[in-house]
Design a protein around this ligand. Structure first.
Ligand code: FES
Length: 141
């Protein structure tokens, strides 16, 4: 099965995301209570409105332009974007409370992407971000 198909069929972030359209849309997340944002990239750039973080520290983004969901975490005025791909053997991660877990072999990662429990050895891949007046920019390349 193609990785993208596998992720979309098995990702536990949101069971309803596949039914949504192409622009910025939101659905509730069945597992974590976090919102899942579906945002298409333009020129390998994802733009997330800062208002999405009103009262929240984390958002999960799904884009057809990236093979895995992306966690965008706010700490103060800093934003960190991480690909939710297990660094053990590239399986999708799930949000459990405020950490990420891999159901394949049990690795756990903090919400800053650090390994809490192996077998994974490497931190999550971080994506470059920039903050504009009203948006957080995530660069996919
Ligand atoms: S693939 Fe995630 S722990 Fe092995």
């Amino acid at each position: 099965m193609h990785r993208r198909s596998f992720i979309k069929k098995t990702c536990a972030f949101c069971f309803t995301a596949g039914a949504l359209g192409t622009t910025t849309q939101i659905s509730g997340c069945a597992v974590s209570g976090a919102k899942l944002l579906k945002i298409d990239a333009e020129n390998k750039v994802i733009r997330v409105a800062k208002t999405e973080f009103d009262g929240h520290k984390m958002r999960v983004i799904r884009s057809k332009d990236w093979d895995f969901d992306i966690a965008l975490v706010k700490k103060g005025e800093q934003y960190t974007a991480m690909s939710l791909m297990c660094t053990h053997i590239e399986e999708p991660l799930m949000l459990a409370g405020d950490i990420f877990i891999c159901n394949m072999h049990g690795s756990r990662f903090s919400n800053e992407g650090e390994v809490l429990q192996g077998p994974a050895q490497k931190s999550l891949e971080k994506l470059k971000t920039e903050v504009e007046t009203d948006y957080i920019i995530i660069k996919l390349s």
